[in-house]
Design a protein around this ligand. Structure first.
Ligand code: BDR
Ligand code: CA
Length: 304
């Protein structure tokens, strides 16, 4: 059957919330490939984790490894959130080795050059792969329909007082991307800290088919453990909101501003600062929380 699904590329560092983002995207869009980047864990682990999620979903789309470290800095991981594997909480089976793959930059160049239409890009990890692609292949930027990214904050941070993790890890990449001229939607902590998944709702994962439902239940039971407010308020599922923002911008309130990224050290590093001059970015500043969750559970219903 012919369908008019949106063509999408996903760049991610799975990661529990990346995993859920990937699973909500698969039934709703034509996901052409997933590229993995180092962030929540090292590249070998995020690449493996992306393959694990696709295994659970029964999907065979390509998973291509990208950059193993930020453009200029050493890698900082979030093992304290996602565990040693980057996806702790579920005992995945051993998957077959992936075989020979090109590097993500080369692979993306081929896809963008050959695809008959511009492709929407969603990035839910540090922006290293995206920036490196734009630096190497600026002539293909017109094939990027839009970039929707999870990252940044106009209010408080989650790794320093002001900085959000994805932007903090590779601020040079983020600054390059923010001023690249691409149509960008920035979905950051201003909204992801409002749409919290309540502990009571984890049981809903168990209504999904096996092993996927049980996997999500176990993964998110683990992921919630470090959140002191998880019992009362719930846990953030940041990256899922980027998928929602691409398909349903009406679920969000947007503020348009140029963004400069702090590239210094300490408190400056990774801050996303609204500035008057520069390329405008649409920043999500509020979200219709219950409509967002209706959308998410409806998307996951594809796995019943
Ligand atoms: C972001 O950092 C990562 O730990 C999550 O996967 C998300 O992309 C939230 O700050
Ligand atoms: Ca992520």
């Amino acid at each position: 059957m012919w369908t008019s699904l949106l063509d999408v590329l996903l760049d991610m560092d799975p990661g529990h919330d990346d995993a859920l983002a990937l699973l909500t995207a698969l039934p709703l869009m034509r996901v052409l490939a997933v590229t993995a980047v180092a962030g929540n864990q090292t590249l070998d682990k995020t690449w493996l984790n992306a393959r694990r999620i696709l295994w659970a979903a029964g999907s065979h789309i390509p998973v291509i490894p990208g950059h193993a470290k930020p453009l200029l800095r050493d890698l900082v991981t979030a093992a304290y959130v996602h565990g040693e594997s980057g996806l702790d909480g579920y005992a995945f089976p051993t998957l077959p080795p992936p075989g020979e793959t090109p590097h993500a930059t080369e692979y993306l160049a081929r896809v963008f050059a050959e695809w008959p239409r511009p492709i929407a890009w969603v990035a839910t990890g540090p922006l290293t792969n995206v920036a490196a692609f734009l630096m190497d292949h600026p002539h293909l930027a017109h094939q990027i329909a839009s970039l929707t990214l999870m990252g940044g904050s106009l209010s408080a941070g989650n790794i320093t007082a002001q900085a959000e993790f994805n932007i903090f890890v590779d601020p040079e990449a983020a600054d390059y991307v923010m001023s690249s001229g691409l149509p960008i939607r920035m979905v950051g902590l201003d909204v992801t800290h409002k749409a919290l998944l309540r502990r009571d709702d984890l049981d809903r994962f168990l209504t999904l088919r096996r092993p996927l439902g049980e996997m999500l239940f176990r993964l998110f039971s683990f992921y919630g453990r470090h959140e002191p407010d998880a019992g009362e308020k719930g846990i953030p599922i940041h990256d899922v909101l980027a998928v929602a923002a691409l398909l349903h911008p009406e679920l969000f309130t947007w503020k348009t501003t140029a963004i400069r990224v702090g590239r210094g050290e300490d408190r400056d590093r990774g801050q996303t600062i609204p500035v008057m001059e520069g390329h405008p970015v649409d920043v999500a500043v509020d979200i219709k929380v219950s409509a967002f969750f209706d959308w998410m559970w409806n998307a996951l219903g594809a796995y019943r």
